[in-house]
Design a binder for this molecule. Structure first.
Ligand code: C2E
Ligand code: MG
Ligand code: MG
Ligand code: MG
Length: 289
């Protein structure tokens, strides 16, 4: 279906499209290789209760340890493959790796729930539920209660019925669901009554400037109000400073995640972190208790 322009010249758009296609194919080849060379790795970022200082779980965040480029963040490759079925393979790898880690922690006496990010293609894929349950069956010591999935509200746009069904089944299996980057996805508010999720995750872009930008503060308050009204739990991402945490707690958002608590870290750093973790002063936790 290439558009021909006069003679046999392909247009600029065709060239662009072809180049993008070739780049995607190359990226996928490199990622397949990376997977078989064990270059994919999960980092974990703690989620805490900023009032009690209890650690409530960790979010698994994908990294690519490329021998040449070093540690590559997911933003450099996941968005490029998100519409390609290969991203489902990556998602399955992530699920397995995260559950394996929870299992490992469990065998060391640490019960730590894990949250895994799920992209739209994965969520809406026919095999998603089977895939999740077979991953769980593979780790019989890991209860579904220890798995949470984070989906973008935008993942459901246009497919709200299917998305709602899938999430309902996840919930039935005992898996928690949170709506990630909440407030950025242009989803209609009626999704809130239709999507069976437990938690709204306030996007870090609103948290970042909430202390100085009244508009952002209003959005944060608004999301907390929605969560209350619809009976969702609420968590803030991107908590970088102690005052932000304090303010969030005062507004009724006690759960938080962000550099001010801990940066995402390799799996082997999690237990030492847990041992040393103390709430910042001023968050009113039971320090040392
Ligand atoms: P996300 O799920 O919203 O994850 C939060 C991102 O914010 C992470 O970036 C995290 O490192 C970063 N972050 C956490 N606290 C702070 C903070 O206080 N300040 C700042 N500036 N950033 C903070 P990361 O790890 O680069 O991941 C980016 C996005 O890539 C994630 O956003 C998620 O959408 C996606 N992603 C990561 N891993 C996976 C995965 O395994 N599967 C899928 N489908 N997506 C993933
Ligand atoms: Mg997330
Ligand atoms: Mg997020
Ligand atoms: Mg995000």
């Amino acid at each position: 279906q290439a558009k021909r322009n006069g003679r046999d010249r392909i247009t600029w758009f065709d060239t662009q499209r072809e180049q993008a296609q070739t780049q995607l194919t190359q990226l996928i080849k490199r990622m397949e290789l990376a997977m078989s060379n064990n270059e994919l790795e999960l980092f974990y970022q703690p989620k805490v209760n900023m009032k009690t200082c209890e650690v409530i779980g960790v979010e698994a965040l994908l990294r690519w340890r490329d021998p040449e480029r070093g540690l590559v963040p997911p933003g450099d490759f996941l968005p490029l493959i998100e519409e390609h079925p290969f991203s489902i393979d990556v998602g399955n790898w992530v699920l397995d790796a995260a559950l394996k880690q929870v299992n490992e922690w469990r065998s060391q006496g640490i019960e730590l729930p894990v949250s895994v990010n799920i992209n739209a293609l994965q969520l809406l894929d026919d095999e998603f539920l089977d895939s999740v349950s077979s991953h769980l069956l593979h780790y019989p010591n890991v209860s579904p209660k220890f798995l949470e999935i984070e989906v973008l509200e935008s993942a459901a746009i246009g497919k709200i019925k299917v998305a709602a069904e899938v999430l309902a089944k996840c919930k039935k299996m005992g898996i928690a669901v949170s709506l990630d980057d909440f407030g950025t996805g242009f989803a209609a508010l009626d999704y809130l009554k239709r999507l069976p999720a437990q938690t709204l995750k306030i996007d870090q872009s609103f948290v970042r400037d909430m202390m100085t930008d009244e508009g952002d503060l209003a959005i944060v308050k608004g999301i907390i109000g929605l969560a209350d009204a619809f009976n969702f739990s609420i968590i803030a991402e991107g908590v970088e400073t102690e005052p932000q945490g304090k303010q969030l707690v005062e507004l009724g958002c006690v759960l938080g995640q962000g550099y001010g608590i801990a940066k995402p870290m390799p799996a082997n750093e999690v237990l030492p972190w847990l041992k040393n973790w103390k709430c910042p002063e001023g968050w009113g936790g039971y320090e040392g208790g």
